[in-house]
Design a protein around this ligand. Structure first.
Ligand SMILES: [Zn+2]
Length: 240
């Protein structure tokens, strides 16, 4: 119990009653935390500006018996940009939901927080297609979660030469071990994998992809997440 400061991004908000909000915040050093923000829906509330979805902010919180409530909030970055464009908004909502669903409560997730911050920043700047930002985010999140090893044949671990992907086991195969249903992974998609897996922080968002390669990357990652994360969110492919 007591007062403390925390810094993080609002990844979820639920309205509670007339004017209260419950916030889901991915916080530095703390991971996913639930905060109640009393009166935050009021137009005159001093908490209004910093308690919106996607806001990156410093919060002063008070923890009592079974609750943590926001007493002060200072906005650092609103990430208002993604709200003004339907496609960006859909992808930002998806990323926030993906983080909320995959990050366990109260477990430090600083690398994910940093990744989300840069994903929103790049989305706001508009230098990459929103869908590509989401695919890069998914791949890095899988890697950070220990669920994506560099792609190699699931049977013999060979990584050179052509690779095929089969969505049902969610695995890659060499030409000798490929399954009937597996499809060849394009060179552009393999380069995208390598680019993201070998880089950290903002650098992962440093390349473009053709629409065809982006399409294949999207299908592979969806099937991969289905199998290895057991997760398929409706907010993904909102505009597919
Ligand atoms: Zn093989």
């Amino acid at each position: 119990m007591g007062t403390e400061k925390l810094r993080g991004i609002v990844i979820g908000e639920r309205i509670k009653g007339e004017s209260n909000k419950q916030l889901v915040v991915l916080a530095k050093g703390l991971g996913r935390v639930l905060l109640s923000a009393r009166g935050a829906k009021n137009a005159k509330s001093k908490l209004l500006a910093a308690t919106q979805l996607f806001c990156y902010a410093d919060f002063v919180v008070y923890t009592g018996k079974g609750f943590t409530s926001v007493t002060q909030a200072e906005l650092l970055h609103s990430f208002y940009g993604p709200r003004t464009d339907m496609e960006k908004l859909a992808e930002a909502v998806y990323l926030a939901e993906l983080v909320e669903r995959t990050c366990p409560e109260g477990m430090e997730q600083n690398a994910v927080l940093e990744l989300l911050y840069y994903a929103f920043l790049v989305m706001e700047k508009g230098t990459l297609p929103p869908k590509l930002i989401s695919r890069i985010f998914e791949l890095k999140l899988l890697q950070l979660s220990g669920l994506f090893a560099p792609e190699a044949c699931a049977v013999c671990e060979r990584a050179e030469g052509p690779l095929y992907f089969d969505g049902r086991p969610g695995a890659f195969f060499c030409p000798d071990h490929r399954t009937k249903e597996s499809r060849l992974v394009s060179e552009a998609v393999r380069q995208a994998f390598a680019f993201v897996l070998e880089r950290e922080g903002r650098q992962v968002f440093g390349f473009q992809l053709s629409p065809e390669a982006l399409e294949q990357l999207g299908v592979i990652l969806r099937e991969y997440m289905d199998v290895h994360m057991g997760l398929r969110l409706k907010s993904r492919d909102f505009f597919a």
